[in-house]
Design a protein around this ligand. Structure first.
Ligand code: IMP
Length: 429
C-alpha cells in the first residue's frame, strides 16, 4: 500500500500513516529528505518527523529510509535522539538503504545561495540541500552510504567534491564564504557514520522478503503530487518523484507487488513556496483557512498559501498516482464557512476554452481562471466525529461530491489531529 500526497504536500499524511501503521510490519520512505515535516500526535505529545517515517511511533513497526531518499546524517541523528528523549527507541527498527545518497553541508550552502541569487524568482525551497543533493545523484558525483569509508580513496573524493563546490559557490553563485574545509567535512561525516552504520543495509531485499512473507508494507510518500519533479508545477517543485511510481524506483520494489494507493486529500488546498495555485484565496476566506487550519509549515514555519478545493487538479492526481482510495483530511477546518467552493474546471479567457486538466504551458496557467461550483456550508462542529452518520448532512454532501468528481471511493475522513479523530469507511487490511 502506498500513501501519497495528492496536492502540494501537507495533506496530513503523517497522521494517516501513523494510524495505518498499526496493521503493517514495515513502513518505507522512498523519496525526499528532511524537507518533509510530518506532524503527529502521540500520548498528547506533538512530534514533527522529517526523515524517519511516522510509523516509528508504533512499537512493533520497522521503518526503512529507501534508496530514493537523500539523507542528511546529522539531521538523521538529531531525529533519532529526539525520539529517544520521548521514549521511542529506534534500535533494531530503523534501516537506511546503503544506496541512498548523502546530503553534505555544501548542498545546503548551494541551495541557500541559489535562492538568494534568484531573488523574487526563487522557488522557495526548504533550504535543506535537497535539490543540489539530487543533482549530484544524477551526475553520479554524489556519495551513497555504501561507499563511505575511512580510506585515502574516499578522503580524496571528499577533497575533490569540497574543492569543486567551493569554487562553484564563490565564482558562480557569488558567495562571500566562509567556505568549507574538506578535512572538517570528512571528520564530521566519519563521526556521524559511527552511529549510523548499524542502520545501513540492503533495504530492497529486506522489503521483498517482507512482502514475500505476506506481511503488510506501507510506502509513505513525502511532499505531494504537484511537487513531483516530472508531473508537478515545474519549476516550482521538489527534486524527486513524489508520485506513486516513485515508491517502486525509490525502494527497489516491483510495481506488481503493490496493490493499493491511498491519496491523501486536504478538504481545501494549501501550498508552501512559490508557483501556480489557481484556487488561491487572497481574502477573508483564505485568512480563515490559514488561521483555523493552523497552516504554517512544519519544517520551515512559513505561512502556507490557502485556497478552495481544486477537483480539476485532483483528477490529474488520481490518474498519475492510480489512486484507489481517498483519505480526506481537515474536514473540521471548514466547519465555520457559510459557503464552500469546489473548482471543477478552468477557463482560458484568451480562447474561451474550458480546460478540464491542468495545462503545462506557463502562459495558459497564468491567465486561466478557476470555475467553481458552490455548496452550502454545514456551520456546525465536526471536530472529533468518528461515525459517518453523525456528520451534518451538508458535510456528507461535500464529501460525496468530491468522491463523485474524482471517481474514487472515499475510504477515510479525518476530523482532527488525533488518531482517534477519524471516520473509517473501509477496512484496509
Ligand atoms: P525543496 O524540496 O526544499 O527543494 O523545495 C522545493 C519546493 O517544494 C518548495 O516550494 C517547498 O516549499 C516545497 N516543499 C518541499 N518539501 C515540502 C513539504 O514537505 N511540504 C510542502 N511543501 C514542500
Amino acid at each position: 500500500m502506498i500513501v501519497i500526497g495528492s496536492q502540494w504536500g501537507d495533506e496530513g499524511k503523517g497522521k494517516l500513516v501513523d494510524l495505518l501503521a498499526e496493521h503493517v510490519s514495515l513502513v518505507v520512505r522512498f523519496q525526499g529528505g528532511n524537507n518533509a515535516g510530518h506532524t503527529v500526535m502521540f500520548d498528547d505529545k506533538t512530534f514533527v518527523l522529517h526523515l524517519i517515517p511516522s510509523g516509528i511511533l508504533q512499537p512493533k513497526v520497522r521503518c526503512v529510509l529507501g534508496n530514493g531518499m537523500v539523507i542528511n546524517p546529522q539531521a538523521l541523528l538529531e531525529e533519532v535522539d529526539q525520539l529517544l528523549e520521548l521514549g521511542v527507541d529506534v534500535r533494531g527498527r530503523l534501516f537506511v538503504s546503503d544506496l541512498a545518497n548523502v546530503i553534505l553541508p555544501f548542498h545546503m550552502l548551494i541551495d541557500k545561495a541559489r535562492e538568494t541569487r534568484a531573488g523574487k524568482n526563487k522557488i522557495g525551497t526548504t533550504a535543506r540541500g535537497i535539490g543540489p543533493a539530487y543533482e549530484d545523484k544524477a551526475s553520479r558525483e554524489g556519495i551513497r552510504f555504501v561507499e563511505i569509508e575511512d580510506t585515502p580513496r574516499f578522503r580524496e573524493k571528499i577533497d575533490r567534491l569540497v574543492n569543486d563546490k567551493n569554487k562553484y559557490l564563490e565564482h558562480v553563485l557569488g558567495s562571500q564564504g566562509p567556505f568549507l574545509e574538506a578535512g572538517q567535512v570528512f571528520d564530521d561525516l566519519m563521526v556521524h557514520m559511527q552511529r549510523i552504520q548499524p542502520f545501513v543495509c540492503d533495504t530492497a531485499r529486506m522489503i521483498d522478503q517482507e512482502i514475500t512473507s505476506n506481511n503488510h508494507v506501507l510506502f509513505e510518500g513525502a511532499q505531494g503530487t504537484f511537487l513531483d519533479i516530472d508531473h508537478g508545477t515545474h519549476p516550482f517543485v521538489t527534486s524527486s518523484n513524489t508520485t506513486a511510481g516513485g515508491a517502486c524506483t525509490g525502494s527497489g520494489v516491483a510495481p506488481n507487488k503493490i496493490d493499493q494507493v491511498i491519496g491523501v486529500v486536504k478538504a481545501y488546498t494549501t501550498r508552501v513556496g512559490s508557483g501556480p495555485f489557481p484556487t488561491e484565496l487572497d481574502d477573508k476566506d483564505g485568512e480563515y483557512l490559514s488561521s483555523v487550519g493552523h497552516e504554517f509549515g512544519a519544517t520551515t514555519g512559513r505561512a502556507r498559501r490557502c485556497g478552495w478545493f481544486d477537483a480539476c487538479l485532483l483528477k490529474e492526481s488520481v490518474r498519475v498516482n492510480g489512486i484507489t482510495d481517498l483519505g480526506l483530511t481537515k474536514l473540521d477546518v471548514l466547519d465555520g464557512l457559510k459557503t464552500l467552493k469546489i473548482c471543477t474546471h478552468y477557463l482560458d479567457p484568451a480562447t474561451n476554452e474550458k480546460l478540464d486538466y491542468f495545462p503545462h504551458r506557463l502562459s495558459i496557467q497564468e491567465r486561466m481562471v478557476p470555475v467553481y461550483e458552490e455548496l452550502e456550508g454545514w456551520m456546525s462542529p465536526t471536530v472529533g466525529v468518528t461515525e459517518y452518520d453523525k456528520l451534518p448532512k451538508l458535510a456528507v454532501a461535500y464529501i460525496e461530491r468530491i468522491a463523485e468528481l474524482l471517481g474514487v471511493e472515499m475510504s477515510l475522513v479525518s476530523t482532527g489531529p488525533k488518531r482517534e479523530e477519524t471516520i473509517l469507511l473501509k477496512s484496509f487490511f
